[in-house]
Design a protein around this ligand. Structure first.
Ligand code: FAD
Length: 470
């Protein structure tokens, strides 16, 4: 029997791995091939090691709270390579020409400690007062179960006010998804905030209680930092997957351009490519999957194509430490869209994870583009670098040119979960149910992070195995 996986990003490689595991568990023979259009594997995960710098051109970490990526690392024997964050655990928000630390106890949307919140210059006195009103306001919106789906912006404005939205929620929460908070479905992205309002009425109270309920350090078995990476960067994960799969299983430079039914199976075609498979997984951005399903399922295709994707760019810049005035004493900063800058966010990579830069040098990883600044991703390299360096100079006080620059583009790579996204995914799953042996995996459906993609891969492999082995 033959199974084909299209796409060798984390979703496709993990699907092949779980499918192989499932075939071995059932003691069944299965020929698995992963077809990748690019000449390298990993998709948006791409680590470059240059002159002692470990540059992450895509993601630099994953969260350990969602278990799937960590579990995969363990299965692949990478547990000893899992790397926690450095000691300077704080981040900043830009306001004017300055970076202000996120107040101690401030959790994504709301404060849980009074003194640091009252003294931060990030919010105006009126803005702080408005945020404090969350303690008094009744429940509303979705927490009343009235079926009226709120966006992140509507929810935050209602509970905490406009300043909390513009100065914190947009860059901190919207930034994770590089999304416009006016369009981002809260239900599909951060349902725990809705749940918090339902349970505690006030977000501030809910977060305060959640913080107090957190177990103290060292009370259970191995504990991981919230964000983890791998010793030599995120690229270790796709590399380990390729190594764990049979030789020749992953074929790069193979773009799939058509998908057709062929009896009980499927026929995949591309330039110099014609393969038949009993089961197929499309582990692609949903718009790319939509191109392939066009010939076999029109309604599914319409739904897949309706999921928006934003384009982003990362710019890795290395500097001599003496050439940056700011002490860079944190993991990085975010820039609210109201600041009107090209720069969305910047990670101090050498501080966030150990071993990312030689000791007398620093590595900055800047972000631009996303749904709020689509034009930035369209700038040519020279314009993009000039705009980002201008912003970094004003915010960090650059005194010399970068020693090394690496710009990386991610066109239509970040799925945007708009209002009604979960209902759309339910419909997509129903359409896929009607196509035996076909599975979808990737960041377009039930989570965009690496752990979510790994989870989607595990479910896709289960579906394929059920079809193949009964
Ligand atoms: C800049 C950036 C930073 C991010 N940071 C983080 C982070 O820090 N932590 C986190 O958890 N998540 C992060 N994410 C999100 C996460 O990395 C992605 O959602 C995830 O890696 C997507 O993996 P994937 O395999 O589903 O898709 P992709 O990585 O997009 O892989 C799809 C693959 O399919 C191939 N392909 C496309 N069309 C075809 C075709 N027709 N035929 C054959 N092959 C094809 C592509 O070449 C690609 O290799 C980030 C994303 C971006 C873009």
């Amino acid at each position: 029997m033959q199974a084909l996986v299209v796409g060798a990003g984390i979703s496709g490689l993990a699907t092949a791995w779980y499918l192989q595991r499932e075939a071995a568990r059932r003691e069944r023979d299965l020929d698995i091939t992963v077809l990748e259009a690019d000449d390298r594997v990993g998709g948006v995960i791409n680590t470059e090691n240059v002159d002692g710098f470990i540059c992450e051109l895509g993601p630099d970490s994953f969260i350990s709270e969602k278990p799937w990526a960590l579990a995969l690392c363990r299965e692949l024997g990478l547990e000893q390579r899992v790397l926690g964050t450095g000691p300077r655990r704080r981040s900043f928000i830009a306001r004017g020409h300055r970076l202000h630390p996120i107040p101690d106890g401030f959790q994504m949307l709301a404060p849980t400690r009074l003194a640091p919140f009252l003294t931060t210059p990030l919010f105006s006195p009126l803005g702080k007062l408005r945020m404090g009103m969350d303690l008094l306001l009744p429940r509303g919106g979705q927490s009343k179960n009235d079926g009226n789906e709120e966006t992140l912006a509507e929810f935050v404005r209602r509970r905490l006010g406009n300043e909390a939205l513009e100065r914190a929620a947009q860059p901190l929460v919207g930034g994770i998804y590089t999304s416009d908070p006016e369009k981002l479905s809260l239900q599909a992205t951060m349902p725990r905030f809705i749940e918090m309002e339902r349970k505690h009425r006030s977000l501030i109270l809910g977060m305060y209680k959640a913080r107090r309920a957190m177990p103290p350090a060292n009370t259970t078995g191995p504990r991981y930092d919230l964000f983890v990476s791998l010793t030599d960067g995120m690229g270790e994960l796709p590399a380990a997957l390729v190594k764990a799969l049979p030789d020749g299983c992953v074929r790069t430079g193979q773009r799939v351009e058509s998908l057709q039914h062929d009896g009980d199976g499927y026929l995949l075609g591309g330039p110099e490519l014609q393969l038949r498979a009993d089961a197929v997984c499309l582990a692609l951005p949903s718009h790319a999957s939509g191109q392939l399903t066009a010939g076999i399922a029109a309604e599914l295709t319409t739904e897949l194509n309706a999921i928006d994707y934003a384009s982003t760019a990362t710019i890795n810049l290395a500097f001599a430490r003496r050439d940056v005035t700011h002490p860079l004493d944190g993991f990085g900063f975010v820039v609210p869209a109201v600041e009107g800058r090209t720069l969305l966010a910047c990670t101090f990579s050498h501080e966030k994870f150990p071993g990312r830069a030689p000791s007398d040098q620093v590595l900055l990883r800047a972000f631009a583009g996303g749904a709020m600044q689509p034009g930035a991703a369209l700038l040519d390299d020279e314009q993009l670098l000039a705009a980002v360096t201008h912003d970094l100079s004003e915010l960090l006080g650059l005194k010399g040119p970068p020693l090394h620059v690496r710009i990386s583009r991610h066109p239509r790579a970040m799925a945007q979960y708009g209002r009604g996204h979960l209902q759309r995914v339910d419909r997509i799953e129903k359409h896929v149910e009607a196509l035996p042996g076909l599975a979808l995996a990737g960041n377009g459906y039930r989570g965009i992070g690496i752990p979510d993609c790994v989870h989607s891969a595990e479910l896709a492999a289960e579906r394929m195995a059920a079809h193949l082995f009964g």
